[in-house]
Design a protein around this ligand. Structure first.
Ligand SMILES: O=C1O[C@H](COP(=O)(O)O)[C@@H](O)[C@H](O)[C@H]1O
Length: 230
């Protein structure tokens, strides 16, 4: 585990962008493509803008496959949609083929079918690559309650599946969510956390002292990196 601390979200986002680029570069040389899972919420917005500007021309987006670690079960045009945020800050600004974007199709009802659809998209992607489901890099945020992706404290999540849905008791926005399971996250090669703000740092310190929160259960196969800012 590696922890990097910064004075502000600006510095943190620039340094995280460098790390994302380094992972991209490593996997392109190694296997010719890079599977990247995006976090939702507010914290990664600046990182995505930096990737879409400073790194736009350094990255061959044809070789990048973008997934989402979780989604709020709302329309893709809804202000709370993680896809909408990623589209506005990153996807709409880069030259990436639509087939490289693996969106959680929240228009599919009921939510169980939406989960199934996303799981199938993921299975097919890795089947075509003749690989087990193991993402190269998962970006994750953390809520003030220690939730990661949409795995919340005190809410059961399946460990036999790749994707599950939850009906949170407390969340903002309080809507059903589709999420990667621990299984999927911990089978990935690398996880990079982006954590910003006093309240979250307090939670993280509690985790490091042994208190149970979802964030504490994240243990990918290769690298676990925390980028933290005040
Ligand atoms: O609801 C969510 O929250 C977390 C943290 O978001 P932030 O706004 O505090 O950065 C986020 O990682 C997750 O993707 C999102 O759905």
């Amino acid at each position: 585990m590696r922890i990097f601390e910064y004075e502000n979200i600006n510095e943190m986002s620039f340094e995280t962008a460098k790390t994302v680029f380094n992972f991209y570069d490593y996997y392109i040389r190694k296997q010719g493509y890079f599977s990247l899972v995006l976090a939702g919420g507010n914290t990664p917005k600046l990182l995505y803008q930096i990737l879409a500007s400073e790194y736009n021309l350094k990255i061959n987006w044809n070789d990048v496959y973008i997934f989402f670690g979780d989604e709020r079960y709302v329309d893709k045009e809804n202000e709370y949609s993680n896809y909408k945020m990623a589209f506005e800050t990153l996807i709409s600004k880069i030259d990436i083929p639509p087939k490289n974007i693996f969106r959680i199709r929240t228009e599919i009802e009921p939510i169980e079918k939406c989960v199934e659809d996303y799981e199938n998209q993921i299975l097919k992607f890795f089947e075509k690559k003749d690989k087990d489901v193991s993402f190269d890099l998962i970006l994750l945020g953390m809520g003030n309650d220690g939730h990661v992706a949409s795995i919340f404290p005190d809410i059961e999540i399946s460990n036999n599946k790749y994707i599950d849905y939850v009906i949170p008791k407390n969340a903002n926005p309080l809507v059903p969510r589709i999420t990667f399971t621990y299984n999927t996250i911990n089978n990935s090669k690398n996880v990079v956390f982006l954590i910003s703000g006093k309240e979250k740092i307090k939670v993280l310190n509690e985790v490091f002292r042994g208190k149970e929160y979802p964030v504490g259960n994240i243990k990918p196969r290769e690298n676990l990196i925390y980028f933290i800012s005040k």
